[in-house]
Design a binder for this molecule. Structure first.
Ligand code: KG4
Ligand code: ZN
Length: 352
């Protein structure tokens, strides 16, 4: 059931600047209500690689250095003057508080000086709506597998702002499990893409990892046991490159299998046929292939953003912000950043 025409909600003729600084990517983009995405820029902070993970204070400082030049470059190359902007959307959470405050302060200050509204965007709403930037866009309602470094959720998305969380991880987020397993295999940071690359060389028959939480009903997930299983498996080998590739393959197969089983259950439980993958782990090729088949076999269709809009980016924030500004929302002059922010708080009372 592939929707052949774009189903993005119609928006007024307004130009929104989006700013994303929740973690280690500095992102900015311009979204126009009728012309669509005008341009986007992402700067990925390389500074964390030597520490094997994101160092919050270094992230904040790098955002401060990079954000304004990145916005200037985007505006210049898009032929847009600051005065042409109608609104500014910035990620207000969840994320690292110092990093969030950088984007929030710049966004708020720009909006103040230009006399235009600013809107605080929920980072995960940005991810969940990112597939709507593509053509064809999924029509509402749809089921979203939201998988990033900080979240692993299955969400029924009824409309903008109407999110029902059907399943969540009980421990590590799936991206976190990828990163931690990659680290113990001696791979660089961020480990997810590196582990996926190594898995391509692995033998799928050599090791079989468990499929956590699939032997019981429900849609919750758990990934921390897989990381421990990888550690114990590695200890029983010589730790050669071949051993590591085989472990990477077995780990990835288990993760993909678990997510496919849970998505199938969620589709059966809700009757929803449109499936969306969003968030950084949505860039994983094997996961996309598996869910493409699952959706097609269930008479549905899989939607996902291009890889650059799976990982953190400004386009998803500009788009989510444009939708909220179009609905008449904007945020008070106070600079707002919320390191923890449940997605369900966006729902209007009585609506899931
Ligand atoms: O959405 P994102 O950029 O940031 C958060 O909001 O967390 O997601 C980053 C996560 C990291 O854990 C990274 O390792 C993972 O997404 N990731 C992948 C792949 N590309 C990025 N995991 C598995 N396979 C990939 N190809
Ligand atoms: Zn993210």
């Amino acid at each position: 059931m592939s929707d052949s025409k774009p189903t993005r909600p119609p928006l007024p003729d307004l130009l929104t600047l989006g700013i994303e600084t929740s973690c280690d990517e500095t992102g900015t983009a311009l979204y126009h209500g009728t012309r669509g995405l005008i341009g986007h820029r992402v700067y990925t902070q390389a500074i964390h690689a030597e520490y094997g993970g994101v160092v919050p204070e270094l992230a904040s400082r790098d955002h401060i250095r990079k954000l304004t030049p990145l916005i200037d470059d985007l505006l210049r190359s898009s032929g847009v003057a600051r005065e042409d902007l109608d609104g500014i959307a910035y990620t207000a959470g969840p994320g690292l508080v110092g990093a969030l405050l950088t984007g929030a302060s710049v966004g708020r200050a720009m909006a103040w000086t230009l006399g235009i509204p600013a809107v605080a965007v929920h980072h995960m709403e940005g991810h969940v709506l990112a597939p709507l930037l593509e053509d064809p866009a999924p029509a509402f309602p749809f089921l979203a597998l939201l998988v990033s470094g900080g979240h692993s959720m299955i969400v029924a998305v009824r409309a903008v702002g109407h999110y029902e969380i059907l399943g969540d991880t009980l421990d590590d987020a799936v991206g976190e499990a990828f990163d931690k397993t990659a680290k113990l295999l001696g791979l660089g940071y961020p480990g997810g893409p590196e582990l996926a690359r190594l898995a391509l060389e692995g033998n799928p028959e050599r090791f079989r990892f468990p499929r956590p939480m699939t032997d019981r009903p429900g849609l919750d997930l758990s990934f921390s046991g897989l990381k421990t299983f990888a550690l114990n498996t590695l200890a029983k080998t010589d730790g050669s490159d071949t051993d590591k590739a085989d472990i990477a393959r077995a780990f990835e197969d288990a993760v993909v299998d678990v997510m496919a089983i849970k998505c199938r259950r969620a589709m059966e439980q809700t009757g929803l046929k449109r499936l969306v993958i969003a968030g950084g782990v949505g860039a994983n090729r094997r996961l996309r292939e598996r869910l493409t088949r699952l959706a097609a076999d269930s008479g549905g269709h899989l939607y996902y953003p291009r890889p650059a809009f799976c990982t953190d980016n400004g386009a998803m924030i500009a788009f989510a912000g444009a939708l909220r500004l179009a609905a008449g929302e904007h945020t008070d002059v106070a600079i707002e950043a919320r390191p923890r922010w449940p997605l369900t708080e966006l729902c209007e009372p009585g609506q899931g």
